[in-house]
Design a protein around this ligand. Structure first.
Ligand code: FAD
Length: 690
C-alpha cells in the first residue's frame, strides 16, 4: 500500500511524458526531453531562479526550510535527512536549501509558524564552507539590515542549528557557534540546543542522531506538531526510458553535465564542472612492498585553470568495478544495469543530484558514495525493505541500538552493499526503492590533494603526492581500499604499462563515459587556499610535514630554489620530515639534493625515521632538539607551517612549538600558547591539515 502514491505519480509522469512525446512537446513549449533535468551548463543552471526564500516557500507550500553549508557533502546529507524525517514523522512541509542560492535580508519576514534549520559545517581554519561565505558574512556582519526594520530584527524567526566540526582544529565548530550567537543577538528564537558534531572524535553521525531527537521533541511542542508513524515515501520517481539505450546520444553515461555530454566542455572549471585533464606523468614513490604512494603530474595546459603554490587540487574519482557490481547485485539490479532511466523529483523543491536520462550503472559508478561507512539511520530506514522478517528485525535492531550497531559493524569497514549482504545472509534486497539510495547515500565527492609543485616553476602542471589507502580487515580476504587513491593508482599502472593493470583485483572504467577519458585522463578542479609562502622570499620558513604532509612543502622548496636561481635572496628554509624508514618511504629524497644546489646551506631537511631504532622518533622530537634555532628564527619573523595529519601530529607540533617559544623567551607555557595563537591570527603560523 505504501507505493500507491508513488505509482500514481509515476504513472502521471509517464502519461504527461507520453502526451509531451506525441505532441512533440508543443503544448508545453517543451521541445527537448521532457524528463531531462537541468545540469544544462554547469554555471548557468541557476540563472533565473528566485533568490527569495519566503516566496519559494509560499509557492511550494513549505513551512520548514533546512539550509546547509556543506563542503564535503555531509552537511547536505544531514539536511536532506532532516527534511525527510520532518515530513514523515511530523507532517512538516520541508525543503532543503543551498545557502548559496538565497538572499537573507528578508529572514525577518519569516512568520513564526515556520521554522528555519541551519546545518553548518566548519571548514579548515574555522572558515565557512564555500557555499556559506555570503550568508556568514551577512549574518555576522556589523551592519546587518533587514527588509522590515522591526526591533529586534529577527523576533519572529524560529530556528534550529547543528554544526559539523572537528575538535582537532583550533576553531572547533566556529560556524555554528558564531551563527547561533549572531541569530540570538538579532532576537531569533532557537528551538532545542545548537548541536555540535565532532569528526575528530569520529562521532559525527552519533552526535547528529543524539542531537536530533530532543530537537524534534522541542520543535513538535513549539509548533504543535503531532508525531505519526513514519512511513517511507520516496522523494524521487524512477521512469524507465524504454525507447532509449546506452547508444542514444542524450543518455548520460557518467558525464557530469550537458557540456561534457555534448563534447563542448569549457571553463570555468569548478566544483560543478571538472576539467578532464591529461596525466603527464605518474610514478611510485615508495620502495616498500606493502605500501604505495604515488606522484602524479596533471597537465592543465588545455584549460584556463591556474593555481598558486599551496593550493589544492580536487580529484573526481569513479567507484571500482567490483564495488559497483557488488552493489548492483545485492539490490537485484545487475541485469538492468544498462537500462536507461530518468529520475523525477516527486516534490518541487527536491533536486536530482545528477543529470538524467542515465543508467543504473552510471549512477552507481560516477555519482553515489557507495563505499563509505553506512549511517545507522539509513540502516533503520532500509529495515522496512528486508527480504525476510528475521532480517528485518536484525536491521531494526542495528538501526536503533547504537552499541550493537558499532560492535557489529565497526571492525568490518562495511559499505552499504557488504552490510546488506552480511545482514541478509546473501539474500537479494530487491524491495528497496532506488530512490532510497539517491536520498540515503552521499553524492560521490571529489577528494582534495595539497598541490606538491610550485606554480612559479610549473604553472601548467600540477603535482599530486598521494598515499594509497589500504587497510587489512580481520576476517576478510581483501583489504579495505580507499576510493580515490586506488583509482589514481590504477591510472598510474595503466600509464606505465604495468603488467598488472588491475592491482588488488580492482578494475576501473578508466576510459570514462564514451571513452572520453581515454589516453590517461582524470577529472579535476582547483581550489584556492590560504596556505602561502611569505611574499618576501628573504623571510625564513620552518615547515613540518611528515608523510604526505610533505606535499605542499615540495612546492614551497621548489619555488624558493627557483627564486634563488633568479637571483633573489632566499632566507633559511628548514623542512622537518618524518617517515618509517629511509629505505622505504623517504619521499623525494633525491630531489632535495637538486634543490640544495640552488639554495645551498640555507636549505636543510631534518629527518625523523620512526622505525629505524627501538625508540620511535617523530618530527616533534626533532623540533624539540632544535629549540634554540627555531626560537631564534621565530624572533626574526620566520613563518611556521604544518601539513598532514590533523588528529595527532598537528596538535603535538602545536604544543611543542608553544613550549619552544616559552623556553626561548622565558615566559610561561600558557603565554607560549597565546603567542602561537597570535601567530596564527597574523598568518605567521599556517596549517594545511586533514
Ligand atoms: P576514502 O575511500 O575516502 O576513505 C578514507 C577513509 O575513510 C578511510 O581510510 C577510512 O578511515 C574511512 N572509510 C571510508 N570508507 C569506510 C568504510 N566503509 N568503513 C569504515 N571506514 C571507512 N592525501 C594525500 O595522500 N596527499 C595529500 O596531499 C592530501 N592533501 C589533502 C588536502 C586537503 C585539504 C584534504 C581535505 C585532504 C587531503 N588528503 C591528502 C586526503 C585525501 O583528500 C583523501 O582523503 C585520501 O586520499 C583518501 O581518499 P580515498 O578516496 O582513497 O579514501
Amino acid at each position: 500500500a505504501e507505493f500507491d502514491t508513488l505509482d500514481i505519480v509515476v504513472l502521471g509522469v509517464i502519461l504527461l511524458g507520453t502526451i509531451a512525446y506525441f505532441t512533440k512537446g508543443t503544448l508545453w513549449g517543451i521541445t527537448k526531453d521532457p524528463y531531462a533535468n537541468a545540469f544544462a551548463n554547469a554555471n548557468g543552471a541557476k540563472a533565473g531562479r528566485s533568490r527569495n526564500i519566503l516566496e519559494k516557500m509560499d509557492e511550494t507550500g513549505k513551512n520548514c526550510v533546512i539550509f546547509y553549508g556543506s563542503q564535503t557533502g555531509t552537511a547536505e546529507d544531514y539536511a536532506s535527512r532532516l527534511a525527510k524525517e520532518g515530513k514523515s514523522r511530523f507532517g512538516l512541509e520541508t525543503m532543503v536549501a543551498d545557502l548559496e542560492e538565497y538572499d537573507f535580508d528578508n529572514l525577518d519576514a519569516m512568520p513564526s509558524d515556520k521554522v528555519a534549520m541551519f546545518i553548518l559545517a566548519t571548514y579548515g581554519e574555522g572558515e565557512p564552507t564555500d557555499n556559506a561565505v555570503e550568508f556568514y558574512e551577512f549574518i555576522t556582519g556589523d551592519d546587518v539590515s533587514f527588509s522590515e526594520g522591526s526591533d529586534p530584527a529577527l523576533q519572529n524567526l524560529n530556528y534550529v542549528a547543528f554544526g559539523l566540526g572537528n575538535n582537532t582544529y583550533e576553531h572547533y565548530n566556529s560556524m555554528v557557534r558564531n551563527v547561533d550567537k549572531a541569530l540570538q543577538k538579532l532576537g531569533a528564537n532557537r528551538i532545542g540546543e545548537a548541536g555540535e558534531g565532532d569528526d575528530g572524535a569520529g562521532t559525527m553521525e552519533e552526535d547528529f542522531l543524539a542531537w536530533k531527537d530532543p530537537m524534534w521533541a522541542a520543535l513538535a511542542e513549539k509548533m504543535g506538531l503531532e508525531e505519526r508513524e513514519a512511513v517511507y515515501e520516496p522523494t524521487f520517481g524512477i521512469v524507465d526510458r524504454e525507447n532509449l539505450t546506452v547508444d542514444s546520444p542524450e543518455v548520460y553515461l557518467g558525464e557530469p553535465n550537458k557540456m561534457h555530454l555534448e563534447g563542448t566542455a569549457k571553463g570555468p572549471f569548478n566544483s560543478h564542472n571538472p576539467y578532464i585533464a591529461p596525466i603527464a606523468e605518474s610514478r611510485e614513490l615508495f620502495s616498500a612492498k606493502d605500501r604505495n604512494c604515488i606522484h602524479m603530474d596533471v597537465d592543465i595546459n588545455g584549460s584556463n585553470l591556474s593555481y598558486q603554490t599551496g593550493d589544492h587540487i580536487a580529484i573526481w574519482p569513479t567507484n571500482s568495478g567490483d564495488e559497483v557490481d557488488r552493489f548492483l547485485d545485492i539490490i537485484g539490479l545487475k541485469e538492468k544495469r544498462n537500462n536507461v532511466i530518468s529520475i523525477k523529483a516527486l516534490e518541487p523543491t527536491a533536486k536530482v543530484p545528477f543529470p538524467t536520462p542515465t543508467t543504473y550503472d552510471a549512477i552507481v559508478r560516477y555519482h553515489l558514495e557507495i563505499c563509505a561507512p553506512v549511517s545507522r539511520q539509513f540502516v533503520a530506514t532500509l529495515a522496512a525493505f528486508a527480504p525476510s522478517d528475521e532480517v528485518k528485525a536484525e536491521m531494526a535492531r542495528l538501526g536503533s541500538d547504537k552499541e550493537y550497531f558499532h560492535s557489529k559493524t565497526g571492525p568490518h569497514f562495511y559499505n552499504i552493499a557488504r552490510l546488506l549482504d552480511t545482514v541478509g545472509k546473501g539474500e537479494k534486497w530487491t524491495n528497496i526503492p532506488f530512490s532510497a539510495f539517491i536520498e540515503g547515500l552521499n553524492k560521490l565527492q571529489p577528494r582534495y590533494y595539497s598541490i606538491s609543485s610550485s606554480s612559479l616553476v610549473q604553472p601548467k602542471k600540477i603535482s599530486i603526492t598521494a598515499v594509497i589507502e589500504s587497510q587489512a580487515i580481520p576476517g576478510r580476504k581483501d583489504p579495505f581500499r580507499g576510493v580515490a587513491t586506488n583509482y589514481l593508482f590504477a591510472l598510474k599502472q595503466k600509464q606505465n604499462g604495468d603488467p598488472n593493470p588491475s592491482p588488488f583485483g580492482k578494475t576501473y572504467a578508466l576510459n570514462g563515459p564514451r571513452n572520453k577519458f581515454d589516453g590517461i585522463h582524470v577529472p579535476v578542479h582547483v581550489r584556492h587556499s590560504n596556505f602561502k609562502l611569505p611574499s618576501d622570499p628573504a623571510k625564513p620558513v620552518i615547515m613540518v610535514g611528515p608523510g604526505t604532509g610533505v606535499a605542499p612543502f615540495r612546492g614551497f622548496i621548489q619555488e624558493r630554489a627557483k627564486q634563488a636561481q633568479n637571483g633573489a635572496t632566499v632566507g633559511r628554509t628548514i623542512l622537518f620530515f618524518g617517515c618509517r624508514k629511509r629505505s622505504e618511504d623517504f619521499l623525494y629524497e633525491s630531489e632535495w639534493e637538486e634543490y640544495k644546489k640552488a639554495l645551498g646551506d640555507s636549505l636543510e631537511i631534518v629527518t625523523a625515521f620512526s622505525r629505524e631504532s627501538s625508540k620511535k622518533v617523530y618530527v616533534q622530537h626533532r623540533l624539540k632538539e632544535r629549540s634554540k634555532e627555531i626560537g631564534e628564527l621565530l624572533s626574526q619573523k620566520a613563518y611556521f607551517y604544518v601539513c598532514g595529519d590533523a588528529a595527532h601530529m598537528a596538535r603535538e607540533v602545536n604544543t611543542v612549538l608553544a613550549q619552544i617559544i616559552a623556553e626561548s623567551r622565558g615566559v610561561s607555557e600558557t603565554k607560549g600558547e597565546e603567542i602561537v595563537k597570535n601567530m596564527r591570527a597574523a598568518n605567521q603560523y599556517q596549517e594545511d591539515v586533514w
